[in-house]
Write a protein of this length. Structure first.
Length: 154
């Protein structure tokens, strides 16, 4: 089985042309396109905790919220994967444990679309090769969201 990341949440290029001096969004945009998704997650958490003034000051903020079970903040990161040689039973199992999963069967592969929380649910509740392959890729790409699960599944 092979899994690749096709896309993930990115900054809207139009934001880069805006005057954001008086906006909370200015911090998110300043993080650049690679870190935008994680900055968006931190922003969502900071809004909940009324601490947007502390954006970027605590590198462990997101992973701490996830460990505490406040996984709803990571729903702001969307991702699309393509996987090859995935049995239908594994796709069905992933869908059964995570209804936020959307998939499209192609002749040689399957396209899987979800948010970061849905992916955590698939990894935690679906003992399958698909879940293991998604975890490997996710832990490499977003360690602060999936390193805890990678350690548990090792």
């Amino acid at each position: 089985m092979r899994v690749t990341l096709l896309a993930a949440t990115q900054v809207n290029p139009d934001l880069l042309t805006q005057d954001l001096a008086a906006s909370d969004v200015r911090y998110l945009v300043a993080q650049g396109t690679q870190a935008f998704g994680l900055a968006l997650i931190e922003y969502a958490g900071r809004v909940c905790y009324r601490s947007t003034d502390k954006m970027g000051t605590a590198p462990g903020f997101i992973s701490a919220r996830v460990r505490e079970g406040h996984e709803d903040i990571i729903e702001h990161l969307q991702m699309v994967f393509e996987a090859w040689e995935v049995p239908d039973a594994e796709i069905l199992r992933a869908y059964q444990v995570a209804h936020g999963l959307r998939f499209t069967r192609r002749p040689q592969s399957v396209i899987l679309s979800m948010n970061a929380r849905t992916l955590r649910d698939i990894i935690k509740h679906s003992d399958s090769e698909l879940a293991r392959q998604l975890l490997i890729l996710a832990a490499q790409t977003w360690p602060m969201l999936y390193a805890d699960l990678a350690g548990e599944k090792a």
